[in-house]
Design a protein around this ligand. Sequence first.
Ligand SMILES: Nc1ncnc2c1ncn2[C@@H]1O[C@H](COP(=O)(O)OP(=O)(O)OP(=O)(O)O)[C@@H](O)[C@H]1O
Length: 268
Amino acid sequence: MTAPETAVELSGVDKIFNQGRAGEVTALTGVDLSIARGEFVALIGPSGCGKSTLLRLVADLIEPSSGTVTVAGKPARRARLDQEYGIAFQQAGLFEWRTVLRNVELPLELRGHGRKERRARAGEMLELVGLADFARHYPAQLSGGMQQRVAIARALAVHPPLLLMDEPFGALDEMTRERLQDELLRVCAATRTSTIFVTHSIPEAVYLADRVVVMSPRPGRITGVIPIELGERTESTRQSPGFFTGITKVRAALRGTRVPEETVGAER
Ligand SMILES: Nc1ncnc2c1ncn2[C@@H]1O[C@H](COP(=O)(O)OP(=O)(O)OP(=O)(O)O)[C@@H](O)[C@H]1O
């Protein structure tokens, strides 16, 4: 069976917390978003605009109040049961008493994979994020950036078609963050993973994404979608005119200024 070309589809999605009760909050309203297989989408917007809520809906950690969420062509619930996605959040969330290798093995263990296969797959993932030499270490022996890489390796260990990331690099210094951005892009390209990546950083969104989805709060909704066509990211990408144009456009969209239609990076 071939995998569906659409990785994620949100259609007419509203999310109201505490509906009909005190403290009712409309976290999301009228959200339509379609993400293609292998596409990298960054979600950006001010605090409280519903970015995490959107991610949690896709992960089926919460249910929409109305509308539908489809992942890999199936209802979000089915996709969760089939482990169609991996999750990495700001806190790496590693188990301190397990070695790095055994942390990465965990989702495979939960899926019932045999020991030999788990070892091989986890080793391969650690290789991918450049941590093969740290397999026997414990999380406390690693830096914050290394722990994040372990979390990414763990999220990718089941070879999920979709990766959900909520500010995974938020707590890291700028240099580590830029290195991990490159590693993430390399890993996603190598594994053809689709990604939804929540960030507060405009340059990070522009550098990583094929499309930047801009959201605004009260009620949370999508107010702009900016395609980024910077081609393969290299050393010079962060200094390129297209990169700065992208940043300007995302900033304008966040401020609610109208964004010209043409694609970022296409002008030269
Ligand atoms: N479990 C919940 N119960 C009630 N309200 C909630 C719940 N989760 C989120 N909200 C509300 O929904 C809105 C969107 O929250 P969400 O965490 O999705 O925003 P966000 O864009 O991710 O914010 P941040 O950038 O600060 O992480 C906020 O007003 C928040 O208070």
